[in-house]
Design a protein around this ligand. Sequence first.
Ligand SMILES: [Zn+2]
Length: 372
Amino acid sequence: MAFPERRSQLHLSRPYYRNKCVFRLLEHGLNAGHVSISGMWNRPITLASVVFLLVILSVPSFAADPFAADPADFTLKKIAEGIYAAIGSDGGRAGSNASFIVGSNGVVVVDTFEDAAPARDLLAEIRKVTNLPVRFVINTHYHLDHTGGNAVFAQAGATILAHRNVRGWVRTENLKFFRDPKPEQKAMVESLAQPDMVYTDAVDIYLGTRQIQVRYMLGHTGGDSVVIVPDANVVMAGDLVWQKHLPNLIDATTSDWVKTLEKLLADHPTATYVSGHGDVATVNDVRDFHDYLVTLREAVAKAQAAGKTDQALVDAVLPQLQEKYGKCDVPSSSSCWGFFKPFSTRNIMQTAAELNGTKKVPVPADKDGGGK
Ligand SMILES: [Zn+2]
């Protein structure tokens, strides 16, 4: 379970360091239970170990892993004619899901993973499917695990499109995911490729004959969009839908989020959904996720009504969540959702803050679009 743990920490303000091979190696050695690199430092340094280190530190990161422990960064799934979901592995470098839509005169990519390497791999996969140009990238929200690969597609000629708050927040709010950002991490966030074009509520894209609807929806960050392909009955929901995974509520307003999910289910009752994390989602998965948020809100509200706060509130709510979502002693059980261990307590505390009116969420950078 080292990978989900490692993955989830990204959402919990751990540095985004995984594309640095030396840290990846140390993590594997220390956490994944393979070969312990840490033991090396206690032994006399031999020429062989120096050569070994020089070799592993000098090759590109995905070739640098001598333990071959990483799962593939993502799995490509064809979910409709000309529509592909790229499902990121928990703990892989993709960091989230992405997808792409092929029309008659071009391609639209939805989200770009967490960094350039898997984004380049995604572009290579698109090239195997079609030679049509990637004309647009849509960012479903500003979080780094969905925008980190933007530059790869911008360099390939795509126009990056997002809700105006994404442009306002992508280079600022992402810093909060680093506990104490190093200068190079700060520089990385501050140089993320921003959306070239923004909208307030909605935009339609015509890829030749194929219509793609982009719609702003509330709940997860205040700057989220879903992407709908009506002719295929597909909805790319970004992080508004987590498939059998607990969500990151750091920027969330769950009162709005529950309503958004109800609207999606009412408007698209038979669609195939691409989630932000987890697998491709069915309508039932979306309903289960809606029910998770409702369960969480109700349990927290009940504990608050009984006068509970802080640890007493967590102690009152956690067993209820554990019962439905945290039975992970049987890992394949439907009552074991991804990210339960790292997110459950935070979900409770963040919902408690929302319900008692103390939660801080990002505010629009300025009235006319934000960002510089
Ligand atoms: Zn995400």
